[in-house]
Design a binder for this molecule. Structure first.
Ligand code: OSB
Ligand code: MG
Length: 368
């Protein structure tokens, strides 16, 4: 395969509901959308980096810079026969994994279309449907959160994830646990704590949580190991894991017992599959996290989550939770908390050009 043309948009969509975590607050999402022409096959990709550097170091604009000045020049016009070979074209580019993921996803889509196979099939997926949970932000009032929880449980979603931070943790999680008894519940701190905050973290052990996601620093696996040794509840890493090697080291150290695999955080589907394979080999459960993806990135996440080791419900909710109108039509939706993995060739979704252009803040076209 060979990429002859890359089209790049920055697309802005307003969120149906604002989203607040311990580290950021947003009411709209700016993602880069990529379209590649490769040997006559079209591939779509999405960079799901946040616009601000509060979750990770990358932003929409750093992704644009790295794509325009390094990744696209390194790959356009070059021959490749596998995704592994494709990613080697930019192996000298350090980090910047959200940027890499956008282009890599587009290659999977084009490769699938060229071979008449879905990306899920190319990856070795075994599931036709995915169990879906919801990730609920920090609210100004507990009652607003309770209403959200009631609504999504009634819709059939399979588990609830609550964002926590100091001051919105033990009390609120306890109150939610009292309201929804046995319902699968987990929390995500987005790095809001240190080991000095044990008075906030230890009591979480009493709430029968599935896991506690990224309680400590984004660049830490040492203190997470200390914390895991003190807690019964499994710790799950998100921000700290960028590669399969990171996953191995974190598991060797005992820093976590579960991993949240995000296609975009780890540089694309190939590295995400490597993390999955490593965890499956060690009997470590994984689940597919999300970054408020538009339909393109959401479809890539579904292909990933079709792999057999994704045994916990993911953050791949229906698009209607996030957007009034997605870039793809029909949008990806949940039915009683279950989302179907697209079956068509490639990612199996078709973005609408007018929706992209309507939300577009920026456009550039690259040809050989
Ligand atoms: O930490 O998992 C996270 C969204 C943006 C950035 C980071 C995170 C999240 C979510 C929402 O939790 C996941 C989703 O619903 O797409
Ligand atoms: Mg997280």
């Amino acid at each position: 395969m060979r990429i002859d043309r890359v089209q790049l948009w920055i697309v802005r969509l307003p969120l149906v509901r604002g989203f607040t975590t311990s580290s950021s607050s947003k009411d709209r999402i700016d993602h880069i959308v990529l379209k590649i022409d490769a040997d006559g096959a079209i591939g779509w990709g999405e960079c799901a980096s946040p616009a601000d550097p509060y979750y990770c170091a990358e932003t929409t604009q750093t992704c644009r810079h790295i794509l325009e000045d390094f990744l696209i020049p390194a790959t356009i016009g070059r021959e490749w026969t596998s995704i592994d070979e494709f990613t080697r074209l930019y192996r000298n580019v350090k980090g910047n994994r959200f940027a890499k993921a956008g282009l890599e996803i587009a290659c999977w889509d084009a490769l699938g279309k060229a071979r008449g196979k879905s990306v899920a099939e190319l990856l070795g997926g075994t599931r036709a449907t995915i169990e879906s949970g919801v990730s609920l932000g920090i609210e100004s009032e507990p009652a607003i959160l309770f209403d959200q929880i009631d609504r999504f449980i009634a819709l059939g979603y399979k588990r609830v994830k609550l964002k926590i931070k100091p001051g919105w943790d033990v009390e609120i999680v306890g109150a939610v646990r009292d309201r929804c008894r046995e319902f699968p519940l987990q929390v995500d701190a987005n790095s809001a704590y240190t080991l000095d905050d044990l008075q906030h973290l230890k009591p979480l052990d009493d709430f029968n949580l599935l896991l506690i996601e990224q309680p400590l620093a984004d660049d830490d696996i040492i203190d997470h190991a200390r914390l895991q040794a003190m807690m019964r509840t499994p710790i799950c890493l998100d921000e700290s894991v960028h590669t399969a090697e990171d996953a191995r080291k974190a598991l060797d150290l005992g820093s976590c017992r579960v991993i949240n695999v995000k296609t975009s955080r780890v540089g694309g589907l190939l590295e995400a599959k490597r993390i999955h394979d490593h965890c499956l080999g060690r009997n470590v459960p994984v689940w597919c996290g999300g970054m408020h993806e538009f339909g393109i990135g959401r479809a890539a996440n579904l292909a990933l989550a079709s792999l057999p080791g994704f045994t916990l419900p993911g953050d791949i909710s229906g698009s209607d939770r996030y957007y009034h109108e997605d870039l793809i039509d029909p949008p990806i939706l949940a039915d009683r908390g279950v989302v179907a993995v697209p079956k068509g060739p490639g990612l199996g979704v078709e973005p609408l050009r007018d929706r992209i252009e309507c939300g577009s803040l920026y456009y550039r076209d690259f040809t050989i």
